[in-house]
Ligand binder design. Structure first.
Ligand code: PCA
Length: 205
């Protein structure tokens, strides 16, 4: 196998509101102890905070060498499927407070920045790759909402665009455990990471 070293960042979120266990955090923690050949898979757990989560992610990116891929995970427990998000919008509009007690209305994630960014991950391929790991439906979603997940997704894509980074970045909303048990979630994301690594190696040849 060609020896190219790849770097992937996986992010998840802490518990929030009445979600005492956030599946995104559990999945990211499970993946942190897995090995994927020579690929560096870093993991980062973010607070459910409109102010702190984008800041923490930006700081992390300043301190680490450029990633090939950033895959962020959160939970959308009212959805009965796993959602591969297509687009992040420059809007924070909450109906419930974040973990700092903030409830922004119609605010920009980044002042004077583009209205939206598309995911730069291969979302259609990802759907096919992950479908083999679960009976739960997997869908392309055209809205990541206007809560903290969308804010982090937008902030990451904006930061990467600002730097002209080659990093491909996207977001996945996991459903609740009632729709998809934890081992299937872990299987889907592990499969995704393996396929992204294979794809990068194939594209490199
Ligand atoms: N889900 C929330 C924020 C954190 C999480 O896991 C969202 O969909 O915005």
């Amino acid at each position: 196998m060609t020896d190219i070293s790849m770097r992937i960042l996986l992010t998840g979120f802490e518990p929030f509101g009445d979600i005492s266990i956030n599946p995104s955090m559990e999945v990211v923690q499970a993946l942190s102890s897995m090995t994927f050949g020579g690929t560096v898979v870093d993991t980062l757990i973010l607070p459910v905070s409109f102010e702190q989560a984008p800041r923490k992610l930006r700081q992390w990116l300043y301190l680490h060498a450029e990633y090939d891929y950033i895959v962020s995970l959160g939970v959308a427990r009212k959805r009965t499927h796993l959602s591969i998000e297509r687009v992040a919008i420059n809007c924070m509009d909450a109906s419930k407070q974040d973990n700092d007690g903030l409830i922004p209305h119609d605010k920009s994630v980044v002042f004077d920045a583009p209205a939206a960014y598309f995911s730069t991950l291969p979302i259609k391929e990802m759907k096919v790759w992950m479908e083999g790991e679960t009976d739960c439906p997997i869908k392309i979603s055209n809205t990541a909402g206007t809560y903290v997940c969308n804010a982090v997704f937008y902030a990451a894509l904006h930061e990467l665009a600002r730097r002209n980074a080659l990093t491909q970045c996207g977001f996945i909303h996991l459903p609740s455990y009632q729709c998809m048990p934890l081992p299937e979630m872990v299987g889907c994301v592990a499969r995704l990471v393996s396929r992204l690594i294979e794809k990068e190696q194939f594209d490199y040849l």
